[in-house]
Design a protein around this ligand. Structure first.
Ligand SMILES: [Zn+2]
Length: 422
């Protein structure tokens, strides 16, 4: 106990210093995703890590030492939230031998340190990371390193290992069964195994539980586009109940079919991907108020090898499901699968959403107000309002006229600290 005292004193003095730092931001144009309003020449006052006030007009008299940041030539928005990321993954890991074979966890962690910096500098101040993909609990270390101020990065919610089944998604397929090779997710083939795995993940730091409710692309029937269902309704209910015991929510990777329906009926908080959902699944999604992260852009073919007839059919289906979901009022959230493509480029998803018919303000909402709700963080983040974290970004141009402005982030503040400026 004696040893702890100086640490506590140090931490409390740091907190004191931070709560007393005053910053004023002059915003040329401020977008409020809550009501869609746009304020010209707004003035944001920040005390420590929180927003104190948002007004218009001239700079009032501010205490000595107040830092003034001039963003009058920019559009200012709340920090963006990507609800489906993989900080432990790099695009190169998607090609060739799986990273559990070719890379140490230590090297993957070094790559993740650089990845989270790029994601933050791209305007993403919060991310929900859905599966460390064979890098164990290294995502917890990245989250904690960020929270302790050791490395720069977004506010992270991590899910460590994911739950899958033997032979399903996130299995090392096609390798020699005589050599013991770690799997990228945990193989849980019974309700008891699922429950035990959730307890283990929570014990070592998981904020969310990730469940593979369907298989991956290699499991999709090339004729019918039916996806492999990996879970029964009963199993999903058991997973959701166990997660709830620990005050955790469940995100389900689900393309469509029975796996997606069981996930929705069983009470998961979000469906990931969902590009092969039929009308019944979409109706269930809306009825249950389940959030949906479509991750549109990650399924677009990026090489001639990917550009198959089947992939084109899947992409066309994805677009159709997205457009129906918008009409039906589904709770669409911004999620990208970044890591499968270059970190720092998540904003490309906005461009796809708008191309598929979403209004720019609604696309912004998916990554701010709606995403904050999904994370149960709506009182803390998602808008620039008094009392919330000072998560603030600025972009060149007006994203309401041209959504590609969100790919040109010039300024990033997270919890009152500036991480990018010009
Ligand atoms: Zn993913």
């Amino acid at each position: 106990m004696v040893l702890l005292t100086p640490l506590i004193l140090l931490l409390s003095s740091l907190a004191f210093a931070q709560t007393n730092t005053m910053t004023a931001i002059k915003a040329g144009r401020l977008i409020n995703p809550a009501d869609g309003s746009v304020i010209q020449n707004a003035l944001i006052i920040i005390r420590g890590d929180r927003i104190e006030s948002v007004t218009t007009g001239l700079l009032p008299k501010l205490p000595d030492g107040t830092r003034v940041i001039d963003l009058s030539g920019f559009t200012v928005l709340p920090g963006l939230i990507d609800c489906h990321t993989h900080v432990m993954l790099q695009p190169e890991d998607e090609r060739g031998a799986p990273p559990v074979i070719t890379k140490s966890q230590a090297f993957r962690t070094v790559q993740a340190v650089a990845a989270v910096k790029r994601d933050l500098e791209a305007g993403f101040t919060t991310m929900r990371d859905l599966d460390s993909e064979g890098a164990g609990f290294a995502d917890v270390a990245i989250r904690d390193g960020i929270n302790r101020g050791i490395i720069p990065g977004p506010r992270l919610f991590v899910s460590t290992y994911a739950l899958t089944i033997t032979g399903g998604h996130m299995n090392n397929a096609g390798l020699n069964p005589d050599i013991p090779i770690p799997e990228p997710a945990t193989l849980t083939d019974s309700r008891d195994a699922m429950i035990a795995e959730i307890r283990r993940e929570v014990k070592y730091g998981a904020d969310w539980i990730k469940l593979y409710a369907t298989g991956t692309l290699r499991h999709v029937d090339p004729i019918t586009l039916e996806s492999l269902s990996q879970v029964s309704l009963d199993e999903v209910k058991a997973v959701v109940a166990e997660a709830a015991r620990w005050h955790r929510d469940v995100a389900a990777h689900a393309y469509g079919g029975d796996g997606a329906k069981n996930a929705i009926r069983g009470g998961v908080r979000s469906i990931e991907h969902g590009m092969l959902m039929d009308d019944e699944a979409l109706k269930l999604l809306v009825e249950h108020g389940t959030y949906w992260c479509p991750t549109l852009s990650v399924y677009l073919p990026e090489s001639a090898e990917d550009d198959t007839e089947m992939r084109r059919r899947i992409v066309a289906h994805h677009k159709g499901v997205f457009q129906k979901a918008m009409k039906m009022g589904a709770k669409i959230c911004f999620g990208t699968d970044v890591g499968a493509f270059e970190h720092g480029t998540s904003a490309r998803e906005f461009v796809k959403m708008v191309e598929y018919g979403m209004k720019p303000i609604d696309a912004i909402r998916t990554a701010t107000t709606r995403a904050a709700e999904l994370l149960r963080m709506e009182k803390q983040i998602g808008t620039i309002e008094p009392g919330k974290y000072a998560d603030i970004i600025a972009v060149e141009g007006n994203p309401l006229d041209d959504i590609r402005a969100l790919t040109r982030v010039a300024f990033v503040m997270k919890a009152g600290l500036v991480y990018k400026t010009r």
